[in-house]
Design a protein around this ligand. Sequence first.
Ligand SMILES: O=c1ccn([C@@H]2O[C@H](COP(=O)(O)O)[C@@H](O)[C@H]2O)c(=O)[nH]1
Length: 229
Amino acid sequence: MNSPIIALDFPSMKEVKEFIADFEERLFVKVGMELFFSEGPEIVRYLKEQGHQVFLDLKLHDIPNTVESAMRSLAKLDVDLVNVHAAGGIEMMRAAKRGLSGSPVKLIAVTQLTSTDEKQMQQEQLIERSLEESVLHYAVLAKEAGLDGVVCSVKEAKRIGEVCGEDFLRVTPGIRLGNDSHDQKRTATPEQAAREGATHIVVGRAVTQALKPREQLAVIDGQWRGAVL
Ligand SMILES: O=c1ccn([C@@H]2O[C@H](COP(=O)(O)O)[C@@H](O)[C@H]2O)c(=O)[nH]1
């Protein structure tokens, strides 16, 4: 069972160090745009030096040539996982994969953001399909492009596993214990994530804004691991 991925959505290294100091174990952490744009590659080097696994969540989405070159740079950072937006297309995803060739970094694609619901997708993206169909379609394209998996919500994880194979990663943000979904539209509990076949859960505010983050992570981890025992 993979460790929950903690989204380090903090403004700077200072807050990251304060947060991490609470934990004794090696963590699987996610560095997103806020932190990376403020601290640059140094934050990744710091986390790797401390022995943590790093998902660099920059969600690349550009023309294939640009994404390929950017991935070549990211591969040098020794991260464990990086991503692109599947909406960039199959050629862009293939280019991203080429940019990482020769490196052990895993590559996944964001399907539909977990902050998107079906109504919004249909009205704003003009996709006249169900959200599940759109997510599954992107997952199949990502698989065809040779990617290792996708970012999706828990609600689509099982079907993606059935269609793309159990070893195809289903990394699921939008994890909540209580009622406060913040800006997320497609949420689920850690227990539901395990039951629906997510391979990874991403937890941000549920842990980083908790009064006792370490205890809260233990609760989430317990539910995540316990549900499939
Ligand atoms: O579809 C997506 C893709 C990425 N994310 C990221 O995950 C975390 C979730 O944070 P919470 O505080 O647990 O909501 C955040 O860093 C997002 O950028 C996502 O939520 N959905």
